[in-house]
Design a protein around this ligand. Sequence first.
Ligand code: HAM
Length: 379
Amino acid sequence: MFEYTDLFQRGVGDTTDIVQKEMYTFEDRGGRSLTLRPEGTASVVRAFVEHKLFGRPNQPTKLFYIGPMFRYERPQSGRMRQFTQFGVEALGSSDPAIDAEVIALAMTFYRQLGLKNLKLVLNSLGDPESRKAHREALIAHFKPSIHEFCKDCQNRLEKNPLRILDCKVDHDHPLMASAPSITDYLNPASHDYFEQVKAILDDMGIAYELDPTLVRGLDYYNHTTFEIMGASFGAITTLTGGGRYNGLVSELGGPETPGVGFALSIERLLLALEAEKVTSTNTERLDCFVAAIGDKAKQKTPGILYNLRRAGLSAERDYMDRKVKAQFKQADRLLAKFVIVIGDEELEKQAANVKNMATGEQQEVSISELVDYLRSNIK
Ligand code: HAM
């Protein structure tokens, strides 16, 4: 939940808004400077290096995380000071197919939940050589008029001119729109890499828009950067941000290791679902509901349920003393595929009556064969 402040200063970058203005930083009793994590990537890479995951044979290392993040931002709809990120990181490969796979994962995730209004925005920041050439062009572009910009931008000019492009204060200055585009400074290797990522996305049938101004608010990116925008909920439409960060592992003390990933917040996801009026995303169905009639049958239910679950089937029962009809209703609410009915008569034969809820078909099945019967009948 918190890290040494230094991790984010080095990882996220000490000229970024996140580090300069948005971190919850405090001293612990030992006088060390700690920070509530504003994002997950730096922490994942710290752990990757600390636990030497790069030494394992199964590369690339694919990781995910879900947890609270903290940024001292101005709260509004979709922007909280504590929010929950779900993120993935793939470390160890610089194959452009991994970039596309990471992007496809985020898109599939949203689509499966029922979101339709999605826009993938893509850019490449190139390799360090390309970025250096772009950096020089940015300095030359802004330098003559830098006094018209905010204090932060004036500081950023020499340190990190790319950060001027995502300044929230000087957003509308005319020099912003005419600033040199990174796309014109990509060297052949970076250009070729980006072409490959796009070709794979084309092949997957994932549409995207190119936006050379997509520089992202964190310093560790190079090559592919992307954001996924959704239906608007207030001023904010970005649902996901991510990209490639090939220098971060070595920056944080590990061996030269490429990486790529994304993070999205659950809060913005919920707002997007609401904005698109997706009411229920629950498509998960219960394999079977065990309905008991009479006290003897009720006594038998826990054992049956336990064995069904141990066999890997999802199973539920009634705990509210419902009548049979109400138990069937509950089974319906849980979208049960089968209802197993046990009454006195069935118990005597060590059997149950199994109803297929889709077809209405009923079949007597011996209790010892319930698992096999359900397994072979559940699609
Ligand atoms: P980020 O763009 O700063 O990137 O944040 C990613 C996502 O976190 C945003 O698209 C948004 O869904 C959510 N988010 C950010 N700030 C807030 C907030 N104040 N309230 C609600 N949601 C918020 C990163 O954090 C990178 N670590 C992503 C990444 C992973 N890049 C590579 N791997």
